[in-house]
Ligand binder design. Structure first.
Ligand SMILES: Nc1ncnc2c1ncn2[C@@H]1O[C@H](COP(=O)(O)OP(=O)(O)O[C@H]2O[C@H](CO)[C@@H](O)[C@H](O)[C@H]2O)[C@@H](O)[C@H]1O
Length: 480
């Protein structure tokens, strides 16, 4: 590359600073991978409470006396080799709770909070930073950054190209129409081909109609998004931009997710699987399980409808009576949390549940589990099935979205061709899921067949190198 091209990536969460889900994994690891391939990357995030203290050598590079109702500045600093920019605006981000909610209730001013993030991104893209750095490309992630390409498009022209990535179209950044001026959108943008969406404003739609290119996180999801049952109201917008839409699979950060060097577990590899058995015993003990002869399955997930956790509750009786055991880590919908707790009470020693969010425990679960269950109704990409591949924790997935693109389901043909890396089922319902679990129990009973399956899974390419190269190609295609 002639001189490192500059890219400003904008998101509401990114590892290692703040994470509530897969968006953070991607918004943190993709820029790091691209920086490794020679791109000059910066990642803009809100400075939620306490975050600014974690940057090394923070420097102020932008100030605003009134950013949606208060003083703001952008701090620049590095962390883990990545250049982060933090939008420090106490009236918007220095508060109790998580990035989006506190005690289960959304922050009431989320529209303004993330409009402010997008506004600051657009200002930096316009060269307003005081350190002389301005990007050639602005890369916006999900609805929280959707207004950034819109502010650029609807304001004075600048030579900055924009990319909008959809990690989950179910979150659309809906705000009431009367917030238009409050969100600094000109009146004329309230039309069906701009930010208006069924009588409201959608910040995701704003990004989708204004960005130069759109990406989503798997080829199958890119196809699915054109259909009403997956596009969830935005299918028309997606279809109208089909030529600019790219499905690029996520990767896994192999520095964090590799059984050979994971400090949370006893290390093992495809060549030496001994540690896996020790991790399994430790995991069973940690969850108070005494597994029978069948597989020890794990679930690490938000407990929501999207993730098909209600189906899990329905198929458990048969799986348990066939000798399976289950360890669940997750949080989310109170009814699904309760269903998981009930399962643990009903099958003590066979089902163990931890409600909460625990990164280290997630590592121990992938280290010790035999199979990871991902029965999602829709899944833009999904990361846990890829962790499963890496750790030889066989993914059992619904054949949708990225699950379909990353796991080769076991069939007589794929098994005899030695291509299978997991088990997949379709349609996403109780009957098909139960059938998949029967298949898992059968495959597991054949110990040498299961070991071959594990070894093959562990060799699947799931790192960031190839996906980052695809983003790099896309960026290059946009540059003048
Ligand atoms: N209780 C818990 N404790 C510890 N860790 C937990 C946890 N619950 C979840 N996690 C972790 O959070 C991440 C979840 O990522 P996913 O990609 O599976 O789904 P998510 O729906 O959040 O992401 C959305 O964005 C990503 C990124 O593009 C897409 O892959 C995905 O399909 C889309 O729905 C994983 O790293 C997982 O290990």
């Amino acid at each position: 590359m002639a001189g490192a091209a500059r890219v400003l990536s904008v998101a509401s969460e990114a590892v290692p600073l703040v994470k509530t889900g897969g968006l953070a994994d991607v918004a943190g690891a993709l820029p790091a991978a691209l920086a490794g391939q020679g791109w000059d990357m910066r990642v803009l995030l809100p400075a939620y409470r306490g975050l600014a203290d974690r940057l090394t050598g923070p420097q102020t590079i932008w100030r605003d006396a009134d950013l949606f109702g208060g003083k703001a500045r952008v701090l620049k600093g590095t962390l883990g080799g990545v250049m982060f920019l933090l939008l420090d605006a106490a009236h918007l981000f220095d508060r109790a709770g998580g990035p989006y909610s506190d005690a289960g209730r959304d922050h009431p001013d989320n529209a303004e909070r993330f409009a402010a993030l997008s506004w600051a991104a657009a200002e930096l893209a316009r060269g307003q930073g005081t350190d002389g750095w301005s990007p050639a490309i602005l890369h916006a992630h999900d609805w929280q950054a959707g207004l950034a390409p819109a502010y650029l498009r609807y304001g004075p022209e600048v030579p900055v190209r924009t990319v909008m990535t959809v990690h989950n179209i179910a979150f659309q950044g809906i705000a009431p129409a009367d917030k238009l001026a409050g969100l600094r959108l000109p009146g004329w943008t309230y039309s069906a081909d701009r930010v208006e969406y069924f009588g409201n404003i959608s910040t995701l739609k704003a990004g989708l109609v204004t960005a130069d290119a759109i990406t989503t996180v798997s080829p199958t999801y890119a196809e699915e998004l054109r259909r009403p049952d997956y596009g969830l109201g935005l299918e028309g917008v997606i279809a109208s931009r089909a030529r600019d839409l790219h499905g690029i699979l996520n990767g896994v950060d192999l520095a964090v997710w590799s059984p050979e060097r994971d400090p949370a577990i006893i290390p093992y590899s495809a060549k030496s699987l001994k540690g896996k058995a020790e991790n399994r015993a430790a995991l069973a003990a940690e969850f108070g399980l005494s597994p029978a002869d069948g597989p020890l399955a794990i679930v690490v997930s938000r407990l929501t409808d999207q993730k098909g956790i209600d189906l899990l509750a329905e198929v458990l009786p048969e799986f348990i009576s066939a000798g399976g055991s289950l360890a669940v880590l997750g949080a989310g919908d109170p009814a699904l949390e309760a269903a998981m707790r009930q399962a643990a009470e009903r099958w003590p020693g066979r089902v163990g549940v931890r409600i909460g969010y625990d990164e280290a425990l997630a590592h121990r679960m992938f280290g010790g589990g035999d199979a990871v269950l991902v029965p999602s109704r829709f899944e833009p990409c999904g990361l846990t099935q890829m962790y499963g591949l890496r750790y030889g924790t066989i993914p059992v997935v619904a054949a949708t979205g990225g699950l379909n693109d990353t796991v080769i389901g076991a069939t007589p043909a794929s098994l005899s061709a030695r291509a299978a890396t997991g088990v997949s089922f379709h349609p996403v319902d109780k009957t098909a899921f139960a059938g998949a679990l029967r298949q898992v129990s059968r495959l597991y009973a054949d110990r040498s067949g299961w070991t071959s399956l594990m070894k093959r899974a562990m060799k699947a390419e799931v790192g960031w190198e190839a996906p980052a190269a695809r983003y790099a190609d896309l960026y290059r295609s946009l540059l003048p």
